[in-house]
Design a protein around this ligand. Structure first.
Ligand code: KIV
Ligand code: ZN
Length: 512
């Protein structure tokens, strides 16, 4: 059996895409999910790109024990020094360095000749090797590079100590046949190719990232680079959940390959990432979309009732979706709550448990029955909360709205900060707009754009929890807020306050 490693780059290539930035607490939570899912490598960031990135790579390197932790670096000494400084505390550190090899990139971006690129690649791999035994070399835009030149560069990287050679399809241009042939060619033409791991890193511009990655594996690649939910620049990267479940669902095709992924953690990781970036899965998203296991048509429902396999090639349980057994309610105590959370796979600290239990109790007062989905929403939300923003920021004290379809909506919002209370009233285009304006009057958040407002229901039934996500952007940073309540106006206000608090906390940190 050939082990295919899963290299997750949600925190680097994923986070680098517009609107997907995460704060440190959020990145740590994603890393925790990835470690639990048993990915082999976590690319924690691009250490030299900003002090914030350095700190998050370094913190994740300290936290993660069961996976290799990598930092990206360009093929330059300063990048490599910084990457090493950030990851050297990891249980198993890796430096991932890259340089472009395609004519377009070499001429217009790097302004270097083939010989210069070849020499730089060799020298920088050798330089990084002095620090770290685990070196990954990537030939950026490999799939638009001259194959013979690509083999030359890879040869030089391997000779100088690269242990992993990654072939990125940087602009999502290749096809499955081409990707397979490229890997086969390199394995055949690079000296000692059996001593290195070949890796594929595909972007999804033409919707072929998963197919191209799988073709790479058929050609001999032993590592797939991917992101949770396929997050990433433009159309995204290879989706981890899709590529892993494809191999698992078709053992007849991928007979000799295996990953060590615990697939029952996929759903949780997917939800965590979507919640952090303030998005929800498209309904028809493979594996993790709401409709991925829904059977609407009569013929399908009939088939599934007779035998699930008629229309289901994988089960919801395989990715960690469990039937919503309603077992907890108003009279459940803290121990029962904790016990139930453990069955769902959550081990919370005493403080986290107390906070979630309080929210659970408050929900029990509003809702007849509390489902697993409600409980998971509460726990996930608490896990990614920005503590400074929550403790030092504004809190909702109360709100009141007046609205009808023949008058202008009015909202009054009272916020608290410490012992102080601030009350404002505003007219608006509906009660939510009026409430947001009232909050702005108190908080004065400064210039920003309001990018995303989504509202979803957590479970079924008219008394379902409303799940509101809001995303605000200022400069190149985005801040998401999430609000959960059976009242959608309250959920919206909570989400907006959370986003604004995060934005202000980040501003303060920057000023400090
Ligand atoms: O897409 C790409 O080429 C990359 C490399 C830096 C690995 O992300
Ligand atoms: Zn990429």
């Amino acid at each position: 059996m050939r082990q295919v490693k899963i290299f997750d780059t949600t925190l680097r290539d994923g986070e680098q895409s517009p609107g997907c930035s995460m704060n440190l607490r959020e990145k740590i939570e994603v890393a925790r999910c990835l470690e639990k899912m048993k990915v082999d490598v976590i690319e924690a960031g691009f250490a030299i790109s900003s002090p914030g990135d350095f700190e998050s790579v370094n913190t994740i390197a300290k936290h993660v024990k069961e996976c290799t932790v990598a930092s990206l670096a360009r093929a330059s000494r300063k990048d490599i020094d910084t990457a090493w400084e950030a990851v050297k505390v990891a249980a198993d550190p890796r430096i991932h360095l890259f340089i472009a090899t395609s004519p377009l990139h070499m001429q217009y971006k790097l302004k270097m000749t083939e010989d210069e690129v070849l020499e730089r690649a060799a020298a920088m791999v050798a330089y990084a090797k002095k620090y770290c035994s685990n070196i990954e070399f990537s030939a950026e835009d490999a799939t638009r590079s001259d194959l013979q030149f690509l083999a030359k560069v890879v040869n030089a990287a391997v000779k100088n100590g690269a242990t992993v050679v990654n072939i990125p399809d940087t602009v999502g241009y290749t096809t499955p046949e081409e990707m397979r042939a490229t890997i086969e060619y390199l394995i055949a033409h690079v000296e000692n190719s059996d001593r290195v791991e070949f890796s594929v890193h595909c972007h999804n511009d033409l919707g072929m990232a998963v197919a191209n990655s799988l073709a790479g594996v058929m050609g001999g690649a032993r590592q797939i680079e991917c992101t949770v939910n396929g997050l990433g620049e433009r159309a995204g990267n290879t989706a981890l959940e899709e590529v892993v479940m494809a191999m698992r669902t078709r053992p007849d095709v991928f007979a000799d390959v295996n990953t060590r992924i615990d697939s029952t953690q996929i759903y949780r990781a997917s939800r965590t990432v979507y919640n952090i970036i303030g998005q929800t899965a498209p309904l028809n998203k493979p594996i993790v979309g709401r409709n991925a296991f829904a059977h609407e048509s009569g013929i399908h429902q009939h088939g599934v009732l007779s035998n699930k396999k008629t229309y289901e090639i994988l089960t919801p349980e395989a990715i960690g979706i469990h039937a919503n057994n309603i077992v907890l309610g108003k009279h459940s105590g803290k121990h029962a709550f904790e016990d139930h959370l453990q069955k769902l796979g959550y081990n919370l600290s005493p403080e986290e448990l107390l906070k979630c239990f309080d929210e659970f109790k408050a929900l029990c007062d509003k809702k007849k029955s509390v489902s697993d989905a409600d409980i998971e929403a509460i726990v996930n939300h608490n896990a990614t909360a920005d503590e400074t923003a929550t403790t030092e920021g504004y809190k909702l004290d109360w709100f009141a709205v007046h609205t009808s379809n023949f008058t202008t909506a009015t909202s009054t919002v009272c916020l608290k900060k410490g012992e102080e209370k601030f009350e404002e009233v505003c007219l608006g285009d509906g009660p939510i707009d009026a409430a947001f304006q009232a909050i702005d009057k108190v908080v004065k958040p400064g210039p920003h754009t309001f990018d995303i407002y989504t509202i979803n229901s957590i479970s079924e039934g008219k008394d379902t929890l409303g799940d509101v996500k809001v995303r605000l952007t200022t400069g190149d940073k985005s801040y998401t807020g999430r609000g959960l309540s059976t009242d959608i106006i309250e959920a919206s206000i909570l989400a907006y306050i959370e986003a604004v608090n995060k934005m202000q906390a980040a501003k303060k940190r920057e000023e400090a």
